[in-house]
Write a protein that binds this ligand. Structure first.
Ligand code: ARG
Length: 458
């Protein structure tokens, strides 16, 4: 395929070098954005009379035909092209002949690729935000369906206090909401037009960058041509945001994996979303969740890969930057898929209510409630902690439960215990008596569910 830069060369490029420097295998995915950018550029060139209007019209017609081919899946990327920009240029020449030579006026591949990538990121953010919202909806629906289920809450992976399962699920909704905010915020820095920077210095031709920005829906135009072709912060930022999405999904995956074990047994996965073992007939494995948990490796890898490419890179454009796309595409695809799988899995879990209740039978989980009972009767918290601690020790020593202690026995530990003390050992009362904002109180949690439902309405 004809190179975009053949003029000053006499020799053919070495095939190995040609293959190594080629990026078409990765950047063919930018085809649509490349064409959209070119349509806007050609339109502007015509309106500014930099090229004849009729020729601009022919360029746009040719480009629109290519766009249709891409959208209808008829576009095949050509491994002999150096990159997608070269191939689109060649496709256009096939359609409009030498008029195609006008398209690259006042443009370099440096500002062109930056433009394509920004357009791609803008779409990707939209799709990822939909994916996050879908996962949030699945969490909220599960929380709503099981809004009365109480489970042991853990700190240090040790039983801590009774909580509502719904409260736990909503914690993930909050995490994902912060991801939404970060992605929305990243858009501010993505949605800036770099085109018109030329190779790095701008152009002596009377282009109108603001026109192009309007045509392509950009909020702003970059203010420095050198920065415009060198900057990949917007990619790094998107990757950082996705690294956090991956972290959140991995934590959710881990919770569900633990809960699906016989040891926890809080839920079971539907056959449709579990996998078996080739050797052990009894196994039902959460492979999809493990892949989500492990996908953080890919996500962090993408971020570190790009940051490493950028570090110490002199201004302005350097070919090193070509590595940005492989990192980005893999992570956008991977996290997008993980979000969809996560949603599917959440819609296929069955909560094992009886087992959850069984887990709460060890009533030392209500030890804090007992201490708060004493505090409400004037005992200093430190003292109350100590007193209940001694009771727990007695339970362990004598193999008893807290509820096996009569009031008279309790009072031997502290005279402030009264008849209502033993009722504090009920996990349901434990959650019901919570009153702080943001707590696991069922009334508050139901309010939160309603709030999320309204907020996540499509
Ligand atoms: N394939 C290149 C990239 O992805 C396009 C820009 C090439 N520019 C250049 N001056 N060699 O970055």
């Amino acid at each position: 395929m004809r190179k975009l830069w053949g003029g000053r060369f006499v020799k053919r490029t070495d095939p190995l070098v040609e293959r190594y420097t080629s990026s078409i295998a990765v950047d063919h995915r930018l085809a649509k954005y490349d064409v959209l950018g070119s349509i806007a550029h050609a339109t502007m060139l015509g309106r500014c009379r930099i090229i004849p209007r009729r020729e601009a019209g022919r360029l746009v017609t040719g480009l629109k035909a290519i766009l249709r081919a891409i959208e209808e899946g008829r576009f095949r990327w050509d491994p002999s092209a150096e990159d997608i920009h070269t191939q689109i240029q060649a496709e256009l020449a096939k359609r409009v002949g030498s008029t195609a030579d006008l398209l690259h006026t006042a443009r370099s591949r440096n500002d062109q690729v930056a433009l394509d990538l920004r357009l791609y990121c803008r779409d990707a953010v939209g799709q990822l935000r939909d994916g996050v919202a879908q996962a949030q909806r699945a969490l909220v629906e599960l929380a709503a369906r099981e809004d009365d289920v109480i489970i042991p809450g853990y700190t240090h992976l040790q039983r801590a206090q009774p909580i509502l399962l719904a409260h736990h699920l909503l914690a993930y909704v909050e995490m994902l909401e912060r991801d939404q905010e970060r992605l929305a915020d990243a858009l501010k820095r993505i949605n800036v037009l770099p085109l018109g920077a030329g190779a790095l210095a701008g152009t002596s031709l009377p282009i109108n960058r603001f026109k192009v920005a309007t045509l392509l829906g950009f909020d702003r135009v970059s203010d420095n041509s050198i920065d415009a072709v060198s900057d990949r912060d917007f990619v790094a930022e998107l990757l950082a945001d996705l690294a956090l999405v991956a972290v959140h999904l991995s934590r959710l995956a881990e919770d569900v994996i633990l809960w699906a074990t016989e040891e926890f047994g809080i839920l079971s996965l539907d056959d449709a979303v579990a996998t078996g073992s080739s050797l052990m007939p009894q196994k039902k494995n959460p492979d999809a969740l493990e892949l989500i948990r492990g996908q953080t490796g890919q996500a962090f890898g993408g971020l570190v890969s790009l940051l490493t490419v950028l570090k110490g890179l002199p201004l302005s454009y350097n070919r090193d930057l070509q590595w940005d796309k492989a990192a980005l595409f893999g992570v956008v695809d991977g996290v997008g898929e993980a979000l969809r799988v996560c949603e599917r899995l959440l819609r296929h879990v069955r909560i094992r209510r009886a087992r959850a209740q069984q887990l709460l039978a060890v009533d030392t989980i209500c030890a804090t409630d007992l201490a708060e009972h004493l505090v409400q009767r004037g005992v200093a918290f430190r003292q109350a902690h100590e007193i209940v601690g001694r009771l727990v020790r007695a339970c362990e020593r004598e193999g008893r439960r807290l509820r096996d202690f009569s009031l008279a026995e309790l009072r031997r530990y502290d005279a402030h215990f009264d008849e209502s003390a033993r009722r504090r050992l009920d996990p349901r009362r434990s959650v019901e008596l919570k009153r702080s904002w943001g707590s696991t109180n069922p009334r508050l949690v139901r309010q939160m569910i309603a709030r999320w439902k309204a907020r996540l309405k499509k």
